[in-house]
Design a protein around this ligand. Structure first.
Ligand code: NDP
Ligand code: OXD
Length: 319
């Protein structure tokens, strides 16, 4: 039996987590963890696989013989923009725990806005005992842009909490109990949406989609009047200056942002100081490295046995 191909691991995650996760991973394969200085300048030719997240731009010139590239996350924009990406299958990370984490983040943020958490926090700090009028989840329609793995799971869990939900995607989806919109039905979808949740990949079509024009089309008929924007997809899909202006002018009543056009978010960004803006540092759904390595090994074994790879990226669509 031929020796198994080594695997290059190039993940800009927390280094210790990667090192720990690699213990016992990829049995029978040599692992070349590029975070280990011992591999500096190493010849990476003849290697079939790489598992990558935010690699350096010279990865593909250093490893010219890759047969499959694995994204360390669900999104692949960080791979598709790397210079010299070879014309080989690109597999993205689809995983129960990642999906669950994103839904936790989405539901938590919808609830924070529904339950006017910032207003109560401010009152608590000032020792003010005062109740505010309290709509329930069923009074709010959450509109989810992106009805893929993450969007559909988020919708299912929002429904458990009682939110009404609508969804929008590129191709029409049928989801029981959910009104869905596709493509050019975007305006109709926005008109129904009190809390907008972005779970879109970053592609040529979605770059900058969350802008002033879009925010102005959101419903203002919800119990709080002004709509809320929540983005767990990609920062490149939003226009930060438009979000800030919409929050200042009241076009938006609040926001929760996990992703930004520039990451890390600038220390001087106005978002840090804004009332009713929740910021998290791109951690809505971090990859569990052990699950990632198990998924990559499983796909390598499929590839080596002639079975089709799963979770393949459509390079033309960009996701
Ligand atoms: P999927 O590929 O499963 O789903 C993507 C969805 O977006 C699909 O419903 C797709 O439509 C829709 N879509 C894509 N382009 C368009 C478009 N131009 N117009 C309308 N709809 C569009 O991806 P996932 O659900 O797994 O992940 C979504 C994104 O979430 C990832 O790409 C990543 O960027 C981000 N992410 C962020 C994380 C974080 O921690 N912040 C963690 C993990 C992921 P259709 O169904 O018709 O194909
Ligand atoms: C991902 C991410 O794409 O963490 O998985 O952003």
């Amino acid at each position: 039996m031929p020796a198994k191909s080594p695997v290059i691991v190039d993940l800009k995650f927390i280094p210790q987590e990667v090192e720990d996760g690699l213990k016992g991973a990829f049995p029978g394969r040599e692992v070349i963890n590029l975070a280990d200085p011992a591999h500096n300048g190493r010849d990476l030719s003849g290697i079939d696989y790489a598992v990558v997240w935010k690699s350096d731009p010279d990865l593909f010139s250093r490893a010219p013989d890759l047969k499959v590239v694995f994204s360390g996350g669900a999104g692949v924009d960080h791979v598709l923009t790397l210079p010299g990406l070879p014309d080989v299958p690109l597999v993205r990370f689809v995983d129960r725990s990642l999906t669950t984490r994103m839904s936790e983040w989405v539901v938590m943020n919808c609830l924070l806005h529904l339950r006017q958490h910032r207003a109560y926090e401010a009152r608590a700090k000032a020792h003010i005992w005062e109740d505010l009028s309290q709509p329930e989840a069923a009074d709010i329609t959450v509109g989810v842009m992106g009805l893929g793995v993450l969007g559909q799971d988020a919708i299912a869990k929002l429904r458990v909490m009682g939110f009404k939900t609508v969804g929008w995607s590129r191709s029409k989806k049928v989801i029981e109990g959910v009104e869905t919109f596709a493509g050019d039905e975007l305006d109709a979808f926005l008109g129904r949406t009190d809390i907008l949740v972005g779970l879109l990949p970053l592609t040529d079509e979605t770059r900058g989609i969350f802008d002033a024009g879009l925010f102005s089309k959101l419903s203002r008929n919800g119990p709080f009047g002004a709509p809320v924007f929540i983005n767990g997809g990609r920062g490149g899909s939003q226009v930060g200056a438009d979000i800030a202006a919409a929050l200042e002018s009241g076009v938006l009543g609040g926001a929760s942002l996990d992703v930004f056009e520039q990451e890390p978010l600038d220390k001087d960004s106005p978002f840090w100081e804004m009332d009713n803006v929740y910021i998290t540092p791109h951690v809505a759904a971090s990859s569990d490295v052990r699950a990632l390595f198990a998924h990559a090994e499983q796909q390598m074994q499929r590839f080596e046995s002639g079975l089709p790879l799963q979770h393949l990226v459509d390079r033309k669509a960009g996701y």
